[in-house]
Design a protein around this ligand. Structure first.
Ligand code: HPA
Ligand code: ZN
Length: 325
């Protein structure tokens, strides 16, 4: 059987992690104190008691308000550096991390404060033998006009970004709402991905839009795609990666989409395993590999293939991929 030592030693790429979702209760408390913010909890146990959710909306209702403690550039640096240290210790060699600028600019934090803090942590973490890049997400429950303004703010710094994504509340917020912003980002040379959260209303239609109209290169979650064989063919032919996050999915679906992941793997689809919001869902990437491997009795070959898929569907150069594969 697969052991924890095996999943943590396995070289891997992390392609689906929200940096704000790596905010651990102890850092949350420390930043609250440093910034004189009353978050209403005094210790780690009290913070953890607020982690009460069983679907996307109830999770997001805990997740976004908690970001108030992130105020200064150094706060964003500390958040990202702590994550990268942990990831490096679990043999994550490459990270493409999401961040949500609108979750911060909407409460008066400058875009540059966020970006500079995260970027500086990425530069410093190179000394830990981990390389990382940033994917800027549009909040899909905000307007497309807000996304447009966010992209305008970001484009002067496009060299510090690898791509754009789409996250937050999917309900009645289809990818098509942001077609223009995705097209503009692609024209600026950025890669494209989008969340297709599991078991959402209009899941298949959202996946179809993301693939056929937006032209995403990856789907985040997206495992509902097994309901539509034509779309499975499409991702298979076009080598679209699907980034599945078992421990995150477990909050919504006890089977954590394990059967779907195995079906996609068997069909040669580039599905891979990631952590989503590890501080909120009870585990980092190696824990996510372990969770699915133990529950579904994966073979070593299957686990290794999932890790290979993570490098193959990453946005590193062919030459760099050759080093890992
Ligand atoms: N889905 C949508 N938005 C998110 C997620 C997610 O899994 N995690 C953080 N923001
Ligand atoms: Zn996510």
């Amino acid at each position: 059987p697969i052991t924890r030592e095996f999943t943590s030693g396995l070289p891997k790429a992390e392609l689906h992690v929200h940096i704000e979702g790596t905010l651990e209760p102890d850092l949350k408390l420390k930043l609250a104190q440093r910034n004189h913010i009353d978050i209403g909890q005094q210790n780690v146990e009290e913070v953890q008691k607020t982690y009460d959710y069983d679907d996307l909306a109830s999770f997001l209702a805990v997740y976004y308000p908690a970001m108030d403690v992130l105020q200064k550039e150094q706060d964003f640096y500390d958040l990202a550096f702590a994550y990268l240290q942990r990831a490096a210790a679990n043999n994550v060699r490459h990270v493409e991390m999401f961040f949500d600028p609108q979750a911060h600019t909407s409460r008066g934090i400058a875009f540059e404060t966020v970006l500079h803090g995260l970027h500086r942590a990425i530069v410093d973490a190179r000394a830990l033998n981990i390389d990382a890049a940033l994917i800027m997400c549009f909040l899909r429950d905000f307007t497309s006009e807000s996304a447009r303004q966010t992209l305008i703010e970001a484009l002067p710094y496009k060299d510090q970004l690898v791509g754009v994504g789409l996250d937050s509340d999917e309900h009645n917020n289809p990818p098509l709402k942001f077609a223009r912003q995705f097209a503009d980002a692609a024209a600026a040379g950025l890669h494209l991905t989008a969340h297709a959260d599991i078991d959402q209303k209009d899941s298949i239609e959202h996946i179809r839009q993301a693939l056929e109209i937006i032209g995403v290169e990856r789907l985040d979650h997206g495992t509902n795609i097994v309901e539509d064989p034509d779309l499975v063919d499409f991702v298979s032919k076009n080598q679209i990666g699907l980034t599945s996050c078992p421990l995150s999915n477990a909050f919504i679906s006890p089977e954590m989409k394990g059967k779907e992941v195995l079906e996609l793997l068997a069909k040669g689809v580039k599905v891979s395993i990631h952590s989503d919001d590890p501080a909120y869902f009870g585990g980092y990437i190696a824990d996510n590999y372990y969770a699915i491997a133990s529950k579904f009795d994966l073979t070593k070959e299957q686990v290794v293939q999932l890790a290979k898929n993570s490098f193959e569907s990453s946005w590193i150069s062919k030459e760099q991929k050759a080093l890992y594969l």
